[in-house]
Design a protein around this ligand. Structure first.
Ligand code: KG4
Ligand code: ZN
Length: 377
């Protein structure tokens, strides 16, 4: 395992090593790119789904990470894309303003603007993308596009205030589990990763959210299931696990079997959900988490990699966190579990990718448009 000292050293090395990479945006102000003694300040924007977030990073250290959640979707039981983009439009300026104020820096000090280009909801992404482009253009500084899933993974490298961080050694495995994605990634370098397993249908977060919806719980359902499960018996009900070859996942069959199970029991007893909500939550949670941990263990065996991380909204789940820790102890893994603030969507994780790309001089053209599907294969 390495400490924050080694990451700082490695980042400084990267600055020196890069010795001004060819810069497509030659006229932009990138004056500190070769100077390891100068700090880099990045404004980052995240707007891929229903959270509007802006962060300021000083190198890899977080100075501000502001998130505006959108309550408007709660009554619909899921994110309504049109409402999400409208809310982003209302939130983006106050959120960026709050980030700059919290960080205590003037925008003139910024070296680059990083933004989530995809994957996500196109209307939502368009708000963040357009704002980032205009901001970078106005300040005459580089624009840096970031892949949302790469950002969830690299959140492990964010230095939080003055706390020391312990970071994974390269290469490491990361199980990224969010509302839209479930993947196992082999991270070979900060910006070089291979997806070695992914869901062939629903994501793990979707499985939590759909199970919650079937039980009449509020959106997002994952945290609600997690809370109810604490008082339930995880072995009370059993649900079938998918038999998918290799490292891929599937959750749609589980969702259907949960739906039929609840529906059949409601026919016999209209109070079935209310009377069994704790056990239902604990049992479905256990099944989802077992599917995830089993595949991760197979990936670790196949690759021989011992540094194993989790990322994404579902990595906030208490059972995922304890099961990963237990499995790590059993199998001799170095386990990396993100701070709660970096599990769900946030702009600090966009900023850290922005920082790594800034060091390599990987900038984005003003013509960039959002993409709905992931750019990493
Ligand atoms: O990463 P994220 O914030 O957004 C996407 O990129 O999709 O993940 C959101 C997902 C939702 O499905 C939500 O239900 C799930 O993360 N989630 C949880 C927990 N907290 C959030 N799932 C299970 N247990 C939790 N504690
Ligand atoms: Zn996400």
């Amino acid at each position: 395992m390495q400490t924050d000292k080694s990451i700082t050293q490695r980042l400084c090395d990267a600055k020196i090593r890069n010795n001004l990479p060819t810069n497509e945006c030659g006229k932009l102000s990138t004056n500190n790119l070769h100077n390891p003694d100068m700090k880099t300040y990045i404004l980052s924007i995240e707007s891929s789904c229903d959270d509007t977030s802006a962060a300021i990073l000083e190198d890899n250290k977080i100075l501000a990470n502001i998130i505006a959640n959108q309550d408007v979707h709660k009554r619909y039981g899921g994110v309504v894309p049109e409402l999400a983009s409208r809310a982003h439009q209302q939130n983006i300026i106050p959120v960026v303003d709050a980030a700059l104020k919290t960080a205590g820096i003037d925008k003139a000090k910024l070296n680059a603007v990083a933004f989530t280009r995809g994957p996500g909801l196109l209307g939502s992404l368009l708000v963040g993308t357009s704002f980032a482009k205009a901001f970078a253009l106005g300040l005459n500084i580089p624009l840096i596009e970031v892949d949302h899933l790469q950002a969830h993974i690299l959140a492990h490298f964010i230095q939080n205030a003055d706390e020391n961080i312990i970071i994974p050694s390269l290469p490491f495995l990361c199980l990224t589990v969010s509302g839209g994605h479930t993947q196992i990634t082999l991270v070979k370098d900060y910006l070089e990763m291979d997806i070695i397993g992914k869901t062939i249908d629903d994501a793990a977060g979707e499985a939590f959210d759909k199970a919650a919806k079937i039980m009449g719980l509020t959106y997002p359902g994952g945290p609600v299931i997690d809370k109810l499960a604490k008082d339930g018996n995880p072995d009370r009900f059993s649900f079938p696990k998918p038999k998918i070859k290799g490292l891929d996942f599937s959750f749609s069959g589980l969702k259907t079997s949960f739906l039929y199970f609840v529906r059949d029991n409601l026919k016999k007893n209209p109070d079935f959900i209310e009377q069994n909500k704790y056990d239902l939550a604990a049992s479905i949670q256990k099944t989802i988490v077992e599917i995830l941990i089993d595949k991760l263990a197979t990936a670790a065996e196949q690759t021989g990699v011992k540094d194993v991380a989790i990322a994404g909204g579902v990595s906030a789940n208490s059972l995922v966190r304890t099961r990963l820790t237990e499995e790590g102890e059993k199998r001799g893994w170095n386990v990396f579990i993100p701070d709660f603030q970096f599990t769900t969507d946030n702009a600090a994780m966009i900023g850290i990718v922005g920082y790594f790309k800034y060091l390599k001089g990987e900038f984005t053209d003003q013509g960039a448009v959002p993409y709905a599907r992931s750019s990493i294969k």
